[in-house]
Design a protein around this ligand. Sequence first.
Ligand code: C5P
Length: 401
Amino acid sequence: MESAQGIEAVSLANKKIILGVTGGIAAYKAAELCRLLIRAGADVRVVMTAAAQQFVTPLTFQALSGKPVPTSLWEAASGDGMEHIHLSRGADLLLVAPASADFLARLTHGRADDLLSALCLARACPLAVAPAMNREMWAAAPTRRNLEQLRADGVSLLGPATGEQACGETGLGRMLEPADLLAALPALLDAGPLAGKRVVITAGPTYEPIDPVRGLTNLSSGKMGYAVAQAATEAGATVCLVSGPTCLASPAGVTRIDVQSAADMRRAVLAALPADVFIAVAAVADYRVDAAAAQKLKKSAAGLTLQLVATPDILAEVAALPDAPFCVGFAAETGQLAEHAEAKRRKKKLPLLVGNLAQDTLGQDTAELVLFDDRGEHRLPRADKLVQARHLISHLVNLLN
Ligand code: C5P
């Protein structure tokens, strides 16, 4: 994730960010986050709580940010003792990473008994938090209540991720990796070439039920669609990802709507419109069972014939809307890629279509793509899907402009 391309893809030039660090073992990752923010061009000021200093020293962040690191309400660094007011003035974002369970609780109640909490209360800029805590603390009823309140108060929540925790347990509560946090920031900061644009993306397979326990689906992993969602977020777009069943974690900063069937996906996409851009990456089933059985079908020696009917073509429908977004389609073919892809692009009236050979792409981490637009073909030699997604988004930005 923390690839060179990832860091280069995000530009936070001239953005003033206050990085608040609270007490949790993930505080050591905040040092890396600070470094990435600076490499992306941001002007970073770090503020630490007393508990954070049990894990990392202010000197670490001072060395990385090149600026003093205030830690207390009572050190009158700015001369008039109003550091909790001055610091946030002119800031574009206050990001608390890691945000401990205790800090979130204090934030929820508007406490102002240390510099960082006072800064959050007195701020005049958006606030984002990256929670980090043990899975039971994350699942605990008070934390749930606090998060609901924070969301209602307009605080952006980044993560947490799931996985191995410092305490040895496994579950939801890990802080998002620094590179993932970085990728989520352009959308919050109105930065990047897609700033202010709303992008709806479909991803993954669909699942069309035969009966309550069986269904029709395909081998799509969702990796390409999720990579496109991440790349669009990095470019500053507000992204709504409508996803069929996958095992993938949502890219940070993306709003995800989970669906099963093509009909569910169509409903979710139409509800997510209007948008500036629609990118249909999903491998939507072309057929569904006419009348799915309400009870599990019994095995019979006589065999079984299923009556299939066509599903709605979501992309064609969206592209034909009077206020249609800029529509991008995907075409997975098993041969004669250019011929089939161009025919599909014309039929669905798409300004841009991404072609790939299904057998070379499905379920893999890499892909070889060909972009088809009014100017012709553009080949993207085999590379990681996230790298390809970033190429696709920059091509799309050029066409939009
Ligand atoms: O016609 P074909 O299924 O090959 O077109 C593929 C493109 O159309 C993809 O972008 C896919 O997401 C979209 N599509 C859709 N709804 C369908 C079938 C395909 O949005 N029912």
